[in-house]
Design a binder for this molecule. Sequence first.
Ligand code: WAQ
Ligand code: MG
Length: 270
Amino acid sequence: MYSLRMRASKDGSHISGGERIIARSRVLMEAKGLLLRAMDHVIGMPDEIHLTIEEIKDKILYGESLPISTIETIGVDDSRIKAAGLLSLIGVSKKAVESAFREISKGASPDGKNMRGAMIIDMDTGKRLEPDPCRGIRVSRMDITEEAEDALKIEMKRARAEGERVKEALILATKVSMGGTLAELCWSDNPDYTTGYVASKRYGYVRFPHLKKDGDPKGGRAFFLMGSEMNLNSYIAFLERMPLLIRKITPGSSPCRWEEFLENQVYRKS
Ligand code: WAQ
Ligand code: MG
């Protein structure tokens, strides 16, 4: 099996990226696909493209996706209250939740820009733990099999979700949860894309349609951890380097009101 990773930039700023884990017979075709993606991006033509093709010599981890749910919300305040509520239910302290929303909203990098990767936040103290607060943690080396992707298309229709962005975020969130992360909070840095999510092993991948205002260019990710119980180095190594291939899609619940979602969860657990 091979890991393919592409990143494209212009004047040093990131334009697009993508990655695959595939059999040798598909390397050429998929490499072409990634290059097409790099050169056909809405933001413009990159002046630098990096394509890495690497044989995977370690073992590959196989996994099942988190289930997808979409919560019906009205506006940013409502979405944020519910997303924060879900993080509290998972056990993230109020302090840590507030710190994550504040940092992502203002641009979590020390220069006030978006980070390239994710913050790690101690779920009790709210303290940031990532070694490099500009770069953050970059989750990499993950993909989904063709069969699972077919199943995912049906799941996404049911959750009324569309596009590559959702697929990629689900793959990333699944890997993040498998690494021992208690919860993840994310919304895009794309100004037109306001849907974000809270992901966790316990509740799955839960989407909130308006985690930011339309037109807002700020976005980011926070991984909440039991800081005192984790070996940070092995945690980061897992997220950045362990190859993960998702080969099964876990069904979630249809778009629903928040109260309904919570009731379903109680029902499922009992
Ligand atoms: N690892 C860690 N953090 C990353 C990575 C990565 N590989 N890629 C991006 N980030 C961080 C970085 O701070 C970005 O600014 C931020 O996440 C947002 O990245 O409808 O599109 O690629 O279900 O803009 C979520 C909702 C969409 C999808 C997320 O993120 C849905 C999205 P973006
Ligand atoms: Mg983006």
